[in-house]
Design a protein around this ligand. Structure first.
Ligand code: GLP
Length: 246
């Protein structure tokens, strides 16, 4: 895994945006795998700035988001569809019909999930997958578990994740207990992966991802097996790495 160090959140976001913009400039009809959460927010803001400066266009891009809370509709302010529309899609020239996010209200999550994987395959697969990391090492909503192999599916969220994400809701009780998430198998199929991490509360997960065993108990550790992963992280998130990595 290639590690790019950033001084802070602003520098991490700028570097990540440039990395994504370069992908789109080299291949204007790129298929981007996109992520939500507080970590990529600054990256989207920087991409919007580049777009307004005329430096990049998303007109031919298609996108597939990693995940969505199960039970939240697109108008719920904490749904990932709402997040993406407000924080990125509506502010650039990406075509709404080319953006895909799991349907949090699907009455048939199994059928929906199989179809989502088919749509990704029909689009030619993901060229660049953007990821954040949960403080327990989860990616998308693939929680610590016993097996790695899974495609898009409905999952139960761990208490740890519900607590981490409660900060976005009025109370912990309002955090959905389930989500539809791309599986690790779907994520690992991306041609290139860009993972971002910022802040001290990610330092243990980053260390385990890079230096720990490849173990489904730490889902992000499977990225060690992908041939083209770049981590852009700030000094605090890299703070617990052994000297050979830092
Ligand atoms: C959620 C998302 C993940 C994200 C994680 C970390 O659980 N499903 O995709 O990586 O939160 O979020 P944050 O960037 O806010 O720390």
């Amino acid at each position: 895994m290639k590690i790019i160090k950033a001084r802070d959140y602003v520098e991490m976001s700028r570097k990540a945006a440039h990395y994504i913009a370069a992908q789109v400039l080299l291949k204007p009809n790129s298929v981007l795998g996109l992520a939500t959460g507080s970590t990529p927010l600054g990256t989207y803001q920087e991409l919007i700035r580049l777009y307004h400066n005329g430096e990049v266009s998303f007109i031919q891009v298609s996108s597939f988001n990693l995940d969505e809370y199960y039970s939240l509709g697109p108008n719920h302010p904490q749904s990932y569809r709402y997040f993406m529309d407000e924080n990125f899609f509506k502010q650039v020239d990406i075509q709404a019909e080319n953006t895909h996010i799991p349907d949090g209200l699907s009455p048939n999550p199994d059928g929906f999930s199989a179809d989502y994987d088919r749509q990704i395959a029909n689009a030619g697969g993901i060229d660049l997958q953007l990821l954040g990391i949960g403080s327990n090492g989860h990616i998308a909503f693939n929680e610590p578990g016993k097996v790695f192999s899974a495609q898009t599916r409905l999952v139960d969220l761990k208490e740890h994740t519900i607590e981490d994400n409660a900060r976005f809701f009025d109370s912990k009780d309002e955090v959905p207990r389930q989500a539809i998430t791309m599986g690790l198998k779907s994520i690992l199929s991306a041609k290139r992966i860009l993972i971002l991490a910022c802040g001290e509360n990610k330092a243990d997960a980053v260390k385990a991802m890079l230096e720990g065993p490849i173990d489904p108990a730490l889902p992000a550790s499977i990225l060690q097996l992908h041939p083209n992963v770049t981590l852009i992280a700030d000094e605090k998130a890299l703070g617990k790495l052994s000297s050979s990595n830092s």
